[in-house]
Design a binder for this molecule. Structure first.
Ligand SMILES: [Fe+2]
Length: 583
């Protein structure tokens, strides 16, 4: 007897317009019919389009089904068949929520329905909204607890802005859907997680919260959304760590084009380059994000109520800072690979250019000059890599690695090193001045897994609220980042390398060991979330101590976004100033 069909996820909301919204969900069967029933009495129906995810797999390190240790079930990467259903629900009225549920019918005629939720189209301007600012979920220990506390403290939010790093290995299906430790991406954001934390023998199970069934999700790409060179042999963690610069892949192709692609088939070339460099296919196939530029949906802008949200693709591969001989690191190649450039890592190379003059930069400039941007009350920019932080991942500078090859007298390679000149940090040199000149009030980012915030001299706010599931520490005082010695460029071991002092939380900072207030939260026990309230124009941050499961959530910081009118006035002058500087 076949068991009853099941949905792999609850439905979630994507791409709202003034009169419509997309409903998306997943199953492990292709099925014969997938619909959304909506409206009063669920009497209306929208038919879904079904696609199959092309790269989702499980492997030795998956924790799914009966596999609780490496390679118990999966000995190598194995395709996992997952179908995605998306229906456009139309004819909606702004401000009016209506009920919906989804129904999937399997090939044998048996069907399964989700619970009932509510949906709404895009809010109009002047609608007060509560937006969750979050990032770096990655199935980390506190993520389910964090989102559960969002639900319990705030209730339904109006949207989720997620600054990248949704999962760890994007092609591992179970990280999105059903990791058996209970903390996969969709379960945490849909209140279906079952992640257990234990402290002093007391076990608490967290479910996350039903957030994205009701509210659209807008995401930025983090380094953990990018898969490296494709293989059905090496493990998925290896493939994740093995992105190859597109230009280096192109050079290999050029050398071998005749053998690789004798008929010069452009489709083969495209696929070969993708499989031999990096891709964001699984992320792109799972999410339906606004498409507001000719280059796809990895960067975009959207108006949501009073907010103009600009999302950029600013992330590079993370590589180890160690200088050990066997490190394919951010500062050097592995000794044994010196004569084998196809095995090189090429340092922390950038996935999508953002430097001045690049297509993304040019698109950003045009966006900042658009009437949608200029008219928005709140101008917010989100990307993954930090412009200012006390965290680890801001070093080295965000720039193309400068490769230095040292040779002996005979011309043999003795070392391959990488430098990252601080003056060429594209975020600080090119992006931040442009955003500031355009009146952006808030830059929201993640990546270093801590909470801290900064304010520029001209009043632009920087927030990293990535102490969600865990921390990678704050580097201040005696705590030093692992930076290389004997290198030419400057690599800051402590503080914000880009010169801003962290703001002290305004309401209830944590206390350090010396009983002095701390300007950050970097904790594996205390989890943090932030809420933007467009009614009051404030961003509030809350902390919850998972060591005390019965304790209250504490609002510990709040700041107000600078009124847009002042920003607009300031920006006119600033644009002139920047233009003069560029010349
Ligand atoms: Fe990251």
């Amino acid at each position: 007897m076949t068991s009853a069909p099941q949905l792999l996820t609850d439905p979630f909301l994507q791409l709202p317009t003034e009169t419509s919204v997309r409903v998306v969900w997943f199953t492990e069967f292709a099925g014969s019919r997938h619909t959304v029933a909506y409206g009063q009495g669920l009497s209306r129906s929208a038919i879904a389009t079904t696609t199959k995810l092309s790269r989702t797999r499980e492997d030795q390190q998956s924790r799914v089904g009966n596999q609780t240790e490496d390679a118990q079930v999966y000995k190598k990467p194995t395709m996992r068949d997952i179908w995605r259903h998306e229906a456009k629900v139309t004819g909606l009225t702004p401000g009016k929520r209506i009920p919906y549920r989804v129904i999937s019918v399997r090939e044998d005629g048996q069907s399964v329905s989700s619970n009932q939720f509510t949906l709404a189209p895009k809010p109009t301007s002047q609608t007060p909204l509560k937006i969750l600012l979050t990032s770096d979920h990655q199935l980390m220990p506190m993520t389910a607890a964090n989102l559960q506390k969002v639900g319990q403290t705030i209730g339904q939010v109006d949207a989720v802005f997620l600054a990248g790093d949704l999962v760890n290995i994007p092609d591992r299906a179970s990280e999105w859907f059903d990791d058996n430790r209970g903390g996969a991406f969709f379960p945490c954001l849909q209140g279906r997680a079952h992640y257990q934390l234990e402290n002093n023998g007391v076990k608490t199970t967290y479910k996350g919260a039903s957030l994205i069934q009701y509210a659209p999700l807008f995401t930025a790409i983090g380094n953990h959304e990018v898969m490296g060179r494709f293989s059905m042999d090496s493990g998925l963690n290896n493939q994740f760590s093995d992105p190859f610069p597109r230009a280096a892949a192109e050079a290999i192709y050029e050398k071998n084009a005749k053998q690789l692609n004798p008929t010069n088939d452009p489709k083969f070339l495209e696929a070969w380059l993708k499989n031999n460099s990096f891709n964001t296919d699984t992320y792109n196939e799972i999410l339906t994000l606004p498409q507001s530029n000719p280059y796809g949906k990895n960067y975009y802008a959207v108006t949501f109520g009073d907010i103009r949200l600009v999302v950029l693709y600013i992330t590079n591969i993370w590589r180890t800072p160690t200088l050990d001989a066997d490190a394919r690191g951010r500062y050097r190649e592995r000794e044994k690979d010196l004569n084998n450039p196809t095995a090189w890592g090429y340092g922390q190379h950038i996935f999508e250019p953002i430097k001045k003059g690049s297509p993304q930069y040019n698109w950003l400039e045009a966006e900042l000059n658009s009437s949608e941007f200029k008219q928005a009350k709140y101008k917010i920019v989100m990307f993954h890599h930090p412009p200012h932080t006390l965290g680890d991942n801001i070093v080295p500078a965000y720039t193309d690695p400068v490769q230095l090859i040292e040779r002996d007298a005979k011309g043999n390679i003795k070392a391959v090193r990488y430098e990252y000149p601080k003056a060429d940090d594209y975020i600080i040199r090119d992006v931040v001045p442009l955003l500031e000149a355009s009146g952006v009030q808030l830059i929201f980012y993640g990546h270093s897994h801590l909470w801290n915030r900064f304010v520029s001299p001209r009043g632009m706010h920087f927030l990293e609220s990535s102490n969600v599931g865990n921390t990678y520490g704050a580097y201040i005082g005696d705590k030093k980042r692992p930076v290389p010695t004997g290198y030419q460029s400057e690599y800051a071991a402590t503080d914000d390398p880009n010169g801003l002092k962290p703001m002290m939380p305004t309401l209830a900072p944590l206390m350090g060991e010396d009983n002095q207030p701390l300007p950050y939260v970097a904790s594996n026990d205390i989890t943090v979330f932030s809420i933007l309230d467009t009614g009051t124009g404030t961003v509030s941050s809350y902390r919850f101590d998972t060591l005390k499961p019965e304790s209250e959530v504490v609002k510990f910081d709040e700041f107000k976004l600078t009124p847009a009118i002042e920003s607009r006035k300031a920006s006119k002058n600033a644009v002139a100033l920047v233009a003069a500087e560029i010349v």
